[in-house]
Design a protein. Structure first.
Ligand code: GDP
Length: 296
């Protein structure tokens, strides 16, 4: 389950605090020391941890809190609120074009879950009565086109492909036109990933962006890679002006470092979370629900 390591540690810390009738400043400091360690162990960016602890302490050690009827609960509420803020505060929704189709470009490193997420996102949109077209723009990974076609068949969504001999820029351009001609109100473009960020990859993505002028550029990152995912997000954001991040493999992420750092470090909101390989395993990312889940 996502975040179980962090969740159990924090629940332990706050369990002790909750049990106390009176909470002293020392108790709060002690709890915050443990929270700090738990967050660092969860692979949250150290600067983010430092600021987080400072913010919580600033609010928690005031006399009003400590003299309140249930001081432990008040401290937990403060932590809950700050964890929520750390992950972006409110849910960040998908943009919608005034002039359909809305164009969504999926970017990321190979293996992050880009193609799978493209299918999942189409399924989510279908559930909201939209008619997404999937565009197979990853021509370098041998199985990517077929994989997208299989996903398309599974959810009965059309997949636009021109094979692997046409340039991805041309595929994206033609795919967009195809959507316009066929009344698809969303176009989701699967793009190529590499094992590492390189100039060729970025150049190609920028060219596609120029041509299709996407409403969303969503970076798909593997949450299990922790701070590496955050670094990838920083690099992509500096070059591609991302509009959002999709965290995948949260089902296998017991630590939670990427989820808790990505927004604070990059300024880029997490829009979706993927929690499994199945086509339904994609949800809008709700910072408040995630915080509550961590605090139990
Ligand atoms: P791409 O190279 O970025 O297009 O990656 P793929 O979409 O092919 O995904 C790589 C692997 O990760 C596949 O085996 C997927 O089934 C798996 N995967 C993708 N998303 C998730 C997720 O949320 N949870 C789990 N457990 N596996 C996932």
């Amino acid at each position: 389950m996502a975040f179980e390591g962090l969740a159990s540690r924090l629940q332990n810390v706050f369990g002790k605090l909750k049990g106390k009738g009176k909470v002293s400043e020392d108790d709060v400091n002690e709890a915050m020391r443990e929270v700090r360690l738990a967050l660092l162990e969860a692979d949250v960016n150290f600067k983010v941890v430092k600021e987080f602890i400072a913010k919580v302490k600033e609010q928690a050690v005031g006399q009003e809190v400590l003299k309140s009827f249930t001081p432990g609960m008040v401290v937990i509420d403060i932590v809950n609120k700050e964890l929520t803020n750390l992950m972006g505060g409110t849910q960040s929704k998908l943009a919608k074009s005034n002039r359909p189709p809305t164009v969504i470009m999926m970017v990321g490193l190979q293996g992050a879950g880009k193609t799978t997420t493209t299918g999942k996102l189409a399924k989510l949109l279908q559930k909201q009565n939209h008619k997404p077209l999937l565009v197979a723009g990853d021509i370098y990974r041998p199985a990517a086109i077929k994989q997208l076609q299989v996903l398309g068949e599974q959810i009965k969504a059309p997949v636009f492909t021109m094979g692997d001999k046409t340039s991805p820029v041309e595929i994206a351009r033609s795919g967009l036109q195809h959507a316009k001609d066929n009344g698809n109100d969303y176009v989701i473009i699967d793009t190529a990933g590499r094992l590492h960020i390189d100039e060729n990859l970025m150049d190609e993505l920028k060219q596609i962006r120029e041509v299709v002028k996407p409403d969303e550029v969503l970076l798909v990152v593997d949450a299990m890679t922790g701070q590496d995912a955050v670094n990838v997000a920083e690099s992509f954001h500096s070059q591609m002006e991302l509009t959002g991040v999709v965290l995948t493999k949260l089902d296998g992420d017991t630590r939670g470092g990427a989820a808790l750092s990505v927004k604070a470090v990059t300024g880029c909101s997490i829009k979706f979370a993927a929690m499994g390989e199945k086509i339904d395993a994609l949800e809008p990312f709700h910072p408040d629900r995630m915080a509550s889940r961590i605090l139990g």
